[in-house]
Design a protein around this ligand. Structure first.
Ligand code: NAD
Length: 256
């Protein structure tokens, strides 16, 4: 992978320095350096698992058991993953007042773990770090659910209302969470700089935010190893490895 050119890195630094309401949108690509595979790269999760959509989860006990088997099979990777240089750079830009909001498609909680305050992170696809009851929204720690599942082999149900328990992620076919979506839309509309990092930008409605920001007058920057469908409308495209590129950008960006 060629490194980003110095002039592109400087241009992004200047855009961040000039911005008053910069928003970052991250996808699975920012977390690959932490050892979490993305969906669409070779060897990514897409090749390994056909996604279980929400309709299947709701109608098939076997699909629910399979989704828990998959989640716990991923535990050694997901539960021990630590933020990497890319997350650290984004956190530093937030700390310096250069980035206002981080919208993430990721479900790994690594932006918060890297020090971005909770109120600055919008998780539009939820989180896989805990579970909730789909009936009464009761919160469950995964360790409890895992213990019950492994002991009985049966799908865990809510001990309060008997509802289905699911990781707090948004599956294909599941309604998007209203409050995070509204917050993300508002942030995109109000942004003057929108930086999409490590996303193939094919999953909607997340992929609609860069174009929305652009239509609302923001400059659009895309950082990704591979081309994306939105490269044509971007003001700047960095085809680069995220960790090294963002580290170098942060070195050139002062605090407000
Ligand atoms: P995606 O897999 O469709 O796209 C990731 C993009 O990042 C790819 O185009 C790839 O070329 C690029 N990339 C990977 N590593 C990179 C690196 N180090 N530097 C530069 N580019 C890199 O991911 P998506 O667009 O986020 O969509 C997948 C969906 O799957 C998301 O909605 C998310 O909810 C979910 N997901 C999340 C995680 C996670 O939380 N870490 C992991 C896999 C999938």
């Amino acid at each position: 992978m060629p490194e980003a050119s110095l002039s592109d890195l400087k241009q992004l630094g200047s855009l961040l320095s000039a911005a008053r309401a910069a928003v970052v949108l991250t996808g699975a690509g920012i977390s690959t350096e932490s050892g979490i595979p993305d969906f669409r790269s070779p060897g990514g999760l897409w090749e390994k698992y056909r996604p279980i959509d929400f309709g299947e989860f709701m109608t098939s006990a076997e699909a629910r058991r399979e989704s828990w088997r998959r989640r716990f099979a991923m535990s050694s990777v997901l539960d021990s993953a630590r933020p990497n240089r890319g997350h650290a750079a984004v956190a530093e830009l937030v700390r310096r007042g250069r980035v206002h909001t981080v919208i993430t498609q990721n479900i790994d909680g690594l932006h918060q773990a890297s020090g971005v305050p909770d109120e600055r992170v919008i998780e539009i696809h939820g989180s896989t770090t805990y579970a909730t009851c789909l009936g009464c929204e009761r919160h469950y720690e995964l360790s409890e659910i895992r213990g019950r599942f492994e002991e009985s082999g049966e799908e865990p149900v809510c001990t309060s209302c008997g509802g289905f328990v699911k990781t707090a992620t948004i599956s294909f076919g599941q309604p998007m969470p209203a409050v995070p979506m509204q917050r993300a839309e508002t942030a995109a509309c109000k942004s003057d700089l929108f930086v999409a990092i490590g996303s193939s930008l094919v999953v909607y409605p997340a992929a609609s935010f860069p174009a929305l920001a652009k239509r609302s007058g923001a400059r659009l920057v895309i950082i990704n190893r591979e081309p994306t469908d939105l490269d044509d409308i971007a003001d700047l495209v960095l085809r680069a490895e995220i960790g090294p590129a963002l580290t170098r950008v942060v070195e050139g960006v002062a605090a407000e």
